[in-house]
Ligand binder design. Structure first.
Ligand code: SF4
Ligand code: MSK
Length: 632
């Protein structure tokens, strides 16, 4: 690529606020590496019908497009579907994919629990027995006088049954939300009946000639999202805690500077921790460390990326190299021996990027193969051996690194993570009362869950960081997961010292507790932790979640999973601000229902606001409105 130096500087400043990423991006441009930003540019102008949600390509009579200008063009597709039906159906289609991704991830974690209980999984054990028992009790499973393995087996089977249950209920959605929130679901007819059923039914409804009423389609979208948030995702979180430990506050480092010049670097990228946890364990094997030394390295350096990174950061303190838009740049440092991938948010072009360096991409899931990757399939039965094999492969690749092509930024940022609901409660002295008191007194005005991805349409991390800073300034505590949390880590907001940026009230509380004003609560599936926390607070106050002074936001979302998360926040009663539009602007009715009408049904609604400062104002106004209604 032949770009003038001044233009390179402008370009990288336009693309990201992450200083370490800027350094490596300059190198990537010099190396002629194509990145996600180049591909976005090559796609311009993107299709307006698609952006408005007015394009339908679901059957062979189409593709069809609806005129956004009324009668001047077609107002119906070949089958007769109008803008409302097409936009609502497209949204449900996206959402069901996101819910399926989360829930299928959840199912795999529960399957590992089952195999562990049966003694068939290699390298796994039940680390958090207390949590196992607590969750088992919620599932009405006998725990007294029984071994962990017996309890785990019953729990795993009970959860797996719920993916296709005919009981018409999901246990977490029964026992965890406040009664008043469940009542709104019952009235709206959106109580989730089983995890798979809602997803399959959503896929059925979007077929031509099935659901043709946009209101009915959107109600089912809410129900499907609830089966994710209070079902599949919640199972993923809770059972990962049982198997690998419930997170506790931990200090680590973040940004591309966590890669090490003199060590074998392995990047753990994707979403599911089941194999990565084994890699973390195996990396301590003395024979492997010796082998790395024999091959000329000082040791083995594991780092995370995206949500697999968040999982091993939260529980094991493994440093994290970055969020979604950092994946190609990690390879462009020239210092990555293996990029280990499971699934979700991995660019299909990652092997092409790797082919420009010595990096080997190792795919591990039968359902996510990448041409050009080395496929070493993960099975719980031999997970530990597979993990060791992958580490060996990385070690053997170390001598292939070209030291002249290595550039690693040298300022990793310190961060604190590990704020599970349990950790938060214990930091508060064993009960949420001090937090509720601080909210009632007004020292903390409320809480906002800021979650979701990066999207190259927004300067990387700008939306997350601006919003988080604006919120803490207004004494709103920020709870984060996913790429949002990684962004905050890179910007120093996950340090207790960031309290200096908070308003006086919030500052006094977090300083007394020794925690940051922005709390890292985990990966995307761990948005379920935010639901659990909201439910706990609402139950303590005997109100619905929609009565709480809380809000949600996804300033830089890109993924269908983020649509599902946003929808289950809304369906649970949370006002949720998106920084990029949902693709429904071609239908005023659909847009109005999502941003207004739905509030009367479930108590939550969406707002679309690309400006993070304005988004903070909306959240703050909402929180003040809820405080007033509560009389605090
Ligand atoms: Fe066109 Fe209807 Fe087929 Fe969609 S379902 S492609 S609108 S004919
Ligand atoms: S990794 S879903 S880009 S948060 Fe969970 Fe990040 Fe979004 Fe993927």
């Amino acid at each position: 690529m032949d770009i003038k130096p001044k233009l390179v500087k402008e370009l990288i400043e336009e693309r990201t606020i992450d200083e370490a990423a800027r350094e490596v991006m300059a190198k990537a441009i010099e190396d002629g590496i194509e990145t996600v930003w180049d591909r976005l540019e090559a796609q311009q102008p993107q299709c307006g019908f698609g952006q408005l949600g007015l394009c339908c390509n679901r059957c062979a009579m189409g593709p069809c497009r609806i005129s956004p200008f009324g009668e001047t063009g077609p107002t119906r597709g070949v089958c007769g579907a109008d803008a409302n039906v097409i936009a609502a159906r497209n949204l449900l289609d996206d959402l069901l994919v996101g819910a399926a991704a989360h829930s299928d991830h959840g199912r795999e974690v529960v399957e590992v629990l089952l195999k562990t209980a049966e003694g068939k999984a290699q390298g796994y054990e039940i680390i958090d027995e207390e949590k196992l028992k607590a969750v088992a009790r919620e599932y009405e499973i006998e725990v007294e006088g029984r071994s962990s393995k017996e309890i785990a087996k019953d729990l795993a089977l009970a959860m797996l049954e719920e993916f296709g249950t005919i009981k018409n209920k999901i246990q977490f959605a029964e026992v965890r939300p406040p009664e008043k929130t469940k009542e709104t679901w019952r009235k709206a007819g959106i109580v989730p009946r089983s995890v798979d059923r809602e997803i399959v039914e959503a896929a059925h409804r979007v077929h031509m000639g099935v659901d043709s009423d946009y209101v009915n389609i959107l109600l089912h979208a809410l129900r499907t999202s609830l089966s994710d948030g209070w079902g599949g995702s919640m199972m993923a979180t809770e059972i990962s805690d049982v198997l690998f430990g419930t997170p506790k506050p931990v200090t680590s480092y973040v940004n591309l500077g966590v890669l090490k010049k003199d060590m074998v670097n392995i990047v753990l990228h994707g979403h599911n921790p089941v194999l990565s946890e084994m890699v973390v364990k195996a990396a301590d094997e003395p024979e492997l460390i010796e082998y790395a030394k024999k091959m000329g390295a000082k040791g083995i350096n594991l780092v995370g990326m995206c949500c697999t990174g968040n999982e091993v950061l939260m529980r094991q303190g493994i440093p994290i190299a970055g969020n979604m838009l950092n994946q190609e740049l990690a390879i462009a440092t020239g210092a990555v021996e293996v990029m280990l991938i499971d699934y979700q948010c991995i660019f299909p072009s990652i092997t092409k990027t790797a082919s420009c360096y010595h990096t080997k991409v190792v795919s591990t899931s039968e359902k996510a193969k990448f041409p050009g990757a080395i496929h070493m399939e993960f099975h719980p039965e031999n997970a530990y051996d597979t993990a060791k094999e992958i580490i060996k492969l990385a070690i053997e690749n170390f001598p292939n690194r070209d030291p002249n092509r290595v550039k690693i930024p040298n300022k990793p940022m310190k961060m604190m993570a590990g704020f599970s609901v349990e950790a938060l409660k214990s930091a508060l002295g064993g009960s949420f009362k001090p937090l509720i008191d601080a909210i009632v007194e007004g020292k903390i005005r409320g809480a906002a869950g800021v979650v979701g991805c990066n999207n190259p349409k927004i300067k990387q991390d700008y939306g997350h960081i601006t919003l988080a800073k604006e919120l803490i300034k207004r004494d709103i505590i920020v709870l984060e997961t996913g790429c949002a949390a990684i962004a905050s880590g890179k910007a120093g907001l996950l340090l207790p010292e960031a309290a200096e940026l908070a308003g006086e009230g919030l500052k006094s509380i977090v300083t007394a507790l020794g925690v940051p004003p922005v709390l890292h609560m985990g990966s995307c599936v761990d948005c379920s932790r935010i639901l659990v926390l909201a439910a706990e607070l609402a139950k303590t106050l005997n109100v619905a979640i929609s009565d709480l002074p809380v809000a949600g936001a996804a300033p830089e979302w890109y993924s269908q999973k983020a649509i599902s998360i946003g929808a289950y926040f809304v369906a649970s009663g949370v006002f949720t601000v998106l920084g990029l539009p949902l693709k429904v602007y071609g239908s005023k009715d659909v847009l109005n229902l999502l941003t207004e009408g739905v509030e009367g049904v479930v108590g939550g609604k969406f707002a679309i606001e690309p400006d993070p400062i304005r988004a903070a104002e909306l959240i703050s106004a909402h929180i003040e409105k809820k405080r007033k209604a509560l009389g605090i």
